[in-house]
Design a protein around this ligand. Structure first.
Ligand code: MG
Length: 196
């Protein structure tokens, strides 16, 4: 069993493009590869969990999604920096990012729970990072240890505190630093010599 970093894709690893369906629109953030390397070096599995309603809407097919991911990996410089990708193709009905209409689509916990089963992930030691409330809630609903909102993508629009958000930070790389600090301080607080 090991912990994971669950990662939203659009607005977190690559630039937010509404219903991204063209390879030429894939733009990996310049800090993403370093962040992913830091997570893996710290012992986390790196798992993308992404809502791709473009498929359910008929704007993209699964072969097109694979081409988009090939381009993402090309720009990241490695396929090894991501351990697994899960995606939901369903189209939301209510438009409310807080409502779980389908357990497999964020804010539902389904993709994270499947990853836990398939990859041996310890959810309560894992973190969810994304640029939307639905990402934060997916992490909550799956019982993750923490959630981190990044200010890239749609994240800059979220200005109010929200119980689903544990931390807010600039981007994926600063999220990596923040999580490492949080893990280090919880380890030291467990240490008997420091807890008194
Ligand atoms: Mg996003």
């Amino acid at each position: 069993m090991r912990p994971a970093i669950f990662l939203d894709r659009d607005g977190t690893i690559i630039e937010q493009v509404h219903h991204l369906n063209r390879v030429e629109d894939v733009a990996v953030y310049p800090f993403a590869a370093d962040a992913l390397r830091e997570f893996q070096a710290a012992g986390f599995a790196t798992v993308i969990v992404t809502n791709q309603s473009a498929i359910g809407r008929g704007l993209l097919d699964e072969a097109g999604l694979e081409q988009i991911h090939d381009e993402m990996f090309r720009q990241l410089g490695s396929r090894q920096c991501i351990d697994r990708i899960y995606y939901s193709t369903s189209v939301p009905v209510s438009g409310d990012p807080r409502v779980v209409e389908d357990a497999w689509r964020k804010p539902g916990p389904g993709m994270l729970e499947r990853a836990a089963e398939e990859l041996g992930i310890e959810l309560n030691e894992s973190w969810m990072i994304g640029d939307a409330i639905s990402d934060m809630l997916a992490g909550r609903n799956a019982g993750c240890r923490g959630t981190v909102l990044v200010r890239t993508g749609y994240g800059h629009r979220i200005t109010q505190a929200d119980p689903a958000i544990d931390y807010t930070t600039d981007n994926l790389l600063t999220a990596a630093h923040l999580i490492k600090l949080a893990c280090a301080s919880s380890q030291s607080s467990k240490s008997p010599s420091l807890s008194e």
